[in-house]
Design a protein around this ligand. Structure first.
Ligand SMILES: Nc1ncnc2c1ncn2[C@@H]1O[C@H](COP(=O)(O)OP(=O)(O)OP(=O)(O)O)[C@@H](O)[C@H]1O
Ligand SMILES: O=P(O)(O)OC[C@H]1O[C@H](OP(=O)(O)OP(=O)(O)O)[C@H](O)[C@@H]1O
Ligand SMILES: [Mg+2]
Length: 281
């Protein structure tokens, strides 16, 4: 059986389980369960702290895992990203009081509180900056207020937590994070792992694209399909009405309204959008 690590709690847990369900895998029904066997797909899911997942995968005890890119980097484990799963997006940034530290150059010699010491160490080493790293478990924004540190390095999503603590970000983000599928570095594939990867890629495409269908005069077909080239090529079907054709093409969800306006202006009619529930490209 393929053995896959899934976050048991925190920001990534629910969206990871939702994505696997969407990909046709069985997931636990009780949030206290630590293991869930999906006999039909020959996969066993292990629910672990997201921070530990790269360690289990890097050691080879588990085959694949879903964790955050920042947690993967922080672990230093010999595991690598297979695909970006496009949820759990956040940046990882330095922040301080507005009047204190304004740039990376002035970080040297300061005390930096963080729950991600591996990410910060790697970043500072790359910039040749020497600073003291204070490892905390969470709520690191309080470390500045309480005088334990001058700077924090933490996950920033909306920025609301920083604002509340009277801190502002400075410098470029240390990294852009999101949930990722990981495997042991250089690990060979297997049939069940390839299937899981293809199914997750299918979910990503189904979420990102919609199916657009419309009718257009045959003499405008080249212009219309120039707007909607699809992924491979659009499907063209004859219509009973002389001189008209029906077109079907996948288009990016983000673009669909602009495209519908342009197609309408061109003379296309009966423009319909439908969701894609699943796909294999
Ligand atoms: N708003 C957010 N807060 C924290 N982590 C986030 C956020 N958005 C995305 N993430 C990502 O979630 C992962 C951290 O998850 P983790 O479960 O360790 O912490 P958490 O969601 O803050 O939960 P807890 O603090 O209760 O342990 C990281 O990869 C991080 O980049
Ligand atoms: O930019 P925001 O939208 O405010 O989100 C980022 C904040 O959320 C997380 O904290 P969490 O509530 O998980 O507490 P923790 O620090 O104890 O993990 C993270 O550590 C930041 O503090
Ligand atoms: Mg947290």
């Amino acid at each position: 059986m393929l053995r896959v690590a899934i976050p048991n709690k925190g920001t990534l847990a629910e969206p990871a389980a939702a994505m696997l369900r969407e990909a046709g895998y069985r997931q636990r029904t009780d949030s206290k369960d630590l293991v869930c066997r999906d006999e039909g797909n020959d996969v066993e899911f292990f629910y672990l702290r997201p921070r530990d997942i790269a360690t289990y995968v890097g050691s080879g005890d588990l085959d694949l895992g879903i964790t955050g890119r920042d947690l993967l980097v922080d672990s230093g484990a010999p595991a690598e990203e297979v695909i970006d799963l496009s949820f759990g997006r956040a940046t990882f940034r330095f922040a301080a009081r507005p009047d204190r530290i304004g740039s990376l150059d002035s970080l040297g010699g300061h005390r930096i509180a963080t729950a991600y010491p591996g990410v910060v160490e790697r970043h500072l080493a790359g910039q040749d900056v020497k600073a003291e790293i204070i490892r905390l478990d969470g709520a690191v924004e309080n470390a500045v207020r309480l005088g334990l540190a001058d700077v924090i390095a933490d996950v920033v999503e909306t920025g609301a937590t920083l604002r509340q603590a009277g801190l502002v970000v400075f410098g470029e983000p240390l990294l852009h994070s999101s949930a990722v599928l990981v495997r042991r570095t250089g690990a060979p594939g297997c049939a069940q792992a390839d299937q899981l990867l293809r199914r997750l890629q299918g979910v990503l495409v189904a979420r990102r694209y919609v199916m657009l269908a419309y009718d257009v005069r045959a003499d405008l077909l080249e212009q219309a399909t120039g707007l909607t080239p699809g992924i491979e090529s659009p499907t063209i079907s004859p219509l009973h009405r002389e001189g008209w054709v029906a077109v079907q093409a996948m288009v990016r969800r983000d673009d669909v309204h602009r495209m519908m306006d342009e197609l309408y202006d061109l003379g296309a009619r009966a423009i319909l959008v439908t969701n894609i529930h699943a796909c294999r490209l």
